[in-house]
Design a protein around this ligand. Sequence first.
Ligand SMILES: [Zn+2]
Length: 169
Amino acid sequence: MGCSNLWAPWRKEYIQTLSEGSDCFICHNLENPRDDDKNLVLWRTEKSIVVLNRYPYNNGHLLIAPARHIANLDEATDEELLELTKLVRECQKALSATINPDGFNVGMNFSRCAGAGLPGHLHIHIVPRWDGDTNFMNVCSDTNIVSQSLAELAEQLKQISKKESLPCL
Ligand SMILES: [Zn+2]
């Protein structure tokens, strides 16, 4: 587990937002398609949504969520589970074509005690990894740089998606 300790100081802001009892940002994004650019929405599919994590653990951190506000996998239909899994594959394709990671962490957290930032709406994290990236992120810890690079990365991912016809479900 030598490469699992990423240092992401901008997440402090995120954790503060949570303690203020904010609403579900995934549902908010789903209901406001006109704000997709601002909300860093990458894809909308029949049953799901894919967004860039505004508080990333690493460059290119994506979140895949079902369109329904459900907390647990046993509430998801087989069709939803299939689409979510296919989207993991498609996110990896898009990220590989855009920022060429050496690897990925893919995972889910259930309930606050397990580190879920948004326990009410299940979501899959896709975190690109590079050899030696724990060192890299120390250099890029400034929140403004992160926000700026998020908008640029979102644009690059959209262009790649168009070119490669992603997501292919
Ligand atoms: Zn929700």
